[in-house]
Design a protein around this ligand. Sequence first.
Ligand code: NAP
Length: 278
Amino acid sequence: MSQTMIKKCLIIGYPVAHSFSPLIHQAGYKSLNIEDQYSYEALEVITDDLANFVDRIKKQHFHGISITIPHKETIMNYLDEIDPVAEEIGAVNTVLNKDGKLCGYNTDYIGVIKPLKKLIDPKAKKAAVIGAGGAAKAFVYALKELGADVTIYNRTPSTAAALAKQFKCSYSTLENQTNIKQCAIVCNASSIGLAGSKTEGVSPVDQKYLTSHQIVFDAVYRPLKTELIKNAESAGAKIILGVEMLLYQAFAQFKYFTGQDAPEAVMRKSLTDFLNAN
Ligand code: NAP
């Protein structure tokens, strides 16, 4: 296949240089013998350049774009079509260029549903979601879809209130955590605990509210095991690491970009091999 026919895929965001997505997608292309048909790279795009970048998608025939922080919401203003689920969530992490028509989807919520359903049926279970940003939207949507009784906890109460209104659920301040102890599912969808941030090594949930009856799911995957996850393990809870969400959203995105089922085991192995070596 000639160079010009390669379907160019990208992840855009800021910062994006250390993204695992190129590694995971490229492993999938290689496994399916389509690495001469698809490319996948990371491209730093700052907010002020987003409109220019959207022009480039069409001019340079980019095929599929993974969207990460801070563009998941803003990108929606530039798309020709938005999938109803992404519209309802209010965030797009996947853009497909269909012959010049830019279509937006959300696969983050799939990254929440798939690993959760392996461990629990969330129907009628109490769930806490920490955070009220882009990731939290995917968590709350997924949990509501599965029938959970969700409460959002966020540093800025007004943002929590707006998200709670959007999804018809409850909210609380981040300080008032007592009810978390009664939750079967505890999710961190905030960036608390993220490596390199001021909250590295900090858990968003007080240890005394973690129990062995819970499933604790942290969206943060750097470090691989956050303080919250370590505390959850000591409390005897079941855990879901942020890399699970990352992998399952990538598998769904791979299908949008290539039309083929993701070779999940190979894509997963590419990430675990990398993480074990680094
Ligand atoms: P975002 O839209 O910027 O939202 C950040 C959230 O974290 C907000 O609720 C914010 O609260 C809260 N927060 C940030 N710093 C805080 C602090 N020092 N104390 C208390 N709360 C704080 O980001 P996002 O897109 O939702 O992403 C959140 C995290 O999830 C990131 O670490 C990201 O890497 C991770 N993530 C992982 C995956 C995955 O596949 N595993 C997918 C998406 C995101 P305020 O409203 O008060 O500012």
